[in-house]
Design a protein around this ligand. Structure first.
Ligand SMILES: [Zn+2]
Length: 276
C-alpha cells in the first residue's frame, strides 16, 4: 500500500454515505468493487475527501451556511407551483438550517407575487394567482399594500391594468437563493460567489445597458438545450458552470421572460457599474 497512510476498517463506512448521494452507475460500481479490493477502497477514500463536506458522516449541512441542516427547502419555493400533488411532485429540495428556513416564507411570497404579475406569463401563473396570491391579499390587506408599492393604473395595448414598483433588491435576493439551491442540487457544493441577477422583464427598454450582457450572450451557447425541472409550465432552468468561480443560470417561470443569474467570470463589469 503506497503513501504510508494507515488503512482503517472504518474508512469504507466514511466513504459510502459520501458516494451514495451521487447515484451514478460508475460510482456504485466503484463502491461494489471497493468492498472486494482494499487498495481501490483506499483510493476512494482519498477521492471522497475532496467531496462536499455536506455529506460527510451522513450529517447534512445547510446549503447557505455551515450550520447543521434541520429540514429541506424546495428550490424554487413550493408556493411557485399550483396546488395539488400532480403539480408538486418530484420537486427539487436542498438541506437547510433553522435560520435560513425561518426567514424564507415572506421572501418566497414576494417572489411569487412578482413572477405571476410579470408580462408574458402563461395560464399556470394565473392559476397560482387565483389559488394563492389573491386569497392571501384578501386575508392580509397590509401585505397587499407592501407588495403593491406605488400602484397606479396603466394601459398596456388596449388593456387597462395596474403597475407597481418592484422591490428589485428583495426580488433578486430570492432569485439568488434559488440559484444557490440549484447549484447545490447539481454539484453538492455551495455557491459562495456574489450573483448578479438580470430579469429580462425589467430590462426590455434598453438591454444594451444590462450588466454582463456580453458574457450572457457568449455563455448562452454553452447552456444545455433542454431545460430541467419537474413541472416546466411553472419553472425550468439551464445551468452552465466551470466551478463556483464562474457560471450562468437561465431560468424561466411560467414561460415568461428569461431570468439570468451570473457569477464570476473574467471581463465582467463589477456590479457597482450596473445601470439596470
Ligand atoms: Zn443556513
Amino acid at each position: 500500500m503506497s503513501g504510508g497512510v494507515p488503512f482503517s476498517e472504518s474508512a469504507p463506512l466514511l466513504i459510502y454515505p459520501g458516494l451514495g448521494v451521487y447515484h451514478t452507475t460508475s460510482t456504485s460500481q466503484l463502491v461494489r468493487q471497493a468492498t472486494k479490493q482494499r487498495r481501490l477502497c483506499l483510493r476512494l477514500f482519498f477521492a471522497a475527501k475532496s467531496m462536499p463536506c455536506s455529506h460527510w458522516g451522513g450529517m447534512e449541512i445547510c446549503y447557505m451556511c455551515e450550520a447543521a441542516a434541520t429540514s429541506r427547502e424546495h428550490v424554487p419555493p413550493r408556493c411557485i407551483f399550483p396546488r395539488g400533488d400532480e403539480h408538486r411532485k418530484s420537486l427539487i429540495t436542498v438541506p437547510n438550517c433553522d435560520v435560513h428556513n425561518s426567514t424564507k416564507s415572506k421572501s418566497d411570497e414576494y417572489l411569487r407575487h412578482v413572477l405571476v404579475c410579470s408580462p408574458g406569463v402563461n395560464e399556470t401563473a394565473a392559476q397560482v394567482a387565483r389559488e394563492s396570491l389573491v386569497p392571501s391579499f384578501e386575508r392580509r390587506p397590509h401585505i397587499m399594500e407592501t407588495f403593491l408599492t406605488n400602484v397606479r393604473p396603466v394601459t398596456l395595448g388596449t388593456d387597462e391594468t395596474g403597475a407597481f414598483t418592484v422591490d428589485v433588491r428583495r426580488f433578486e435576493s430570492a432569485v439568488s437563493s434559488i440559484i444557490r439551491g440549484l447549484y447545490f442540487h447539481e454539484t453538492g457544493q455551495k455557491l459562495r460567489m456574489k450573483i448578479t441577477v438580470l430579469n429580462a422583464a425589467f430590462c426590455t427598454s434598453d438591454l444594451r445597458a444590462a450588466p454582463h450582457l456580453a458574457y450572457i450572450r457568449e455563455t448562452e451557447r454553452k447552456l444545455p438545450d433542454d431545460y430541467r425541472g419537474a413541472n416546466q409550465r411553472a419553472f425550468r432552468y439551464a445551468l452552465h458552470y466551470q466551478d463556483d468561480s464562474c457560471g450562468l443560470c437561465r431560468m424561466r417561470f411560467y414561460d415568461g421572460h428569461p431570468i439570468y443569474g451570473v457569477w464570476g467570470g473574467r471581463g465582467l463589469r463589477p456590479p457597482s457599474q450596473r445601470s439596470a
